[in-house]
Design a protein around this ligand. Structure first.
Ligand code: GRF
Length: 183
């Protein structure tokens, strides 16, 4: 299944998905990387693994999405993984890929939608944190949950150390969720 990954930053999940796409019997191939900023470190994986990339600032959201939709069509992309993508896709975009866009979120949804999930978990003295892979719908971080992984918060944890711990689990969870969808 030809897949596009949308990123905005480091791209550790992207790198991990590329690795996953290359193992035997992987259901996906990564054929396109989209970023909303040329500063995204993760774009370097496009060069490293010879994957097509496209950058759009999304200054004009509608124009950006039209361009991306054309590109997805041209490249015959059938599945989209959001991985740290910091733009909200429009209702019409999501409808065109209904059920075919998934996202990874660093919390145990429905808890802590949106930003700063680790800060909120620490401030609220939660004992458990985690990550979720879910279907992308028109409501932010609210689509059907595919898989979740729980991470214990220790007394010593800061939002930074927690983010690290959760990210490690994200790298296991995202491929597992994709396997669950396609196998
Ligand atoms: C991850 O924690 C992801 O859950 C969140 O943004 C972060 C992206 O990290 N949405 P990376 O760019 O994949 O390293």
């Amino acid at each position: 299944i030809k897949t596009a990954v949308f990123i905005s930053g480091t791209g550790s999940n992207l790198k991990n998905l590329i690795k996953f796409s290359k193992i035997k019997n992987s259901p996906i191939s990564i054929d396109l990387i989209i970023s909303n900023t040329s500063k995204a470190k993760g774009l370097s994986f496009a060069n490293q693994f010879s994957i097509k990339k496209y950058v759009s600032s999304f200054k004009n959201h509608k124009t950006a999405e039209t361009k991306i939709l054309n590109l997805l069509k041209k490249e015959n992309i059938k599945f989209i993984c959001l991985a740290g993508f910091m733009r909200i896709l429009s209702r019409s975009f999501i409808k065109k890929f209904r059920g075919k866009i998934i996202n990874i979120h660093p919390s145990l949804l429905p808890k802590y939608k949106g930003l700063d999930t680790h800060i909120k978990a620490i401030q609220n003295k939660d004992k458990l944190a985690g990550c979720t892979v879910h279907l992308v719908t028109t409501k932010l971080d609210s689509g059907k949950i595919i898989l979740q992984k729980v991470v214990k918060i220790s007394k010593k944890d800061t939002s930074t150390s927690l983010a690290k711990k959760v990210l490690k689990q994200e790298h296991k969870l995202y491929p597992a969720a994709i396997k669950k969808i396609f196998n």
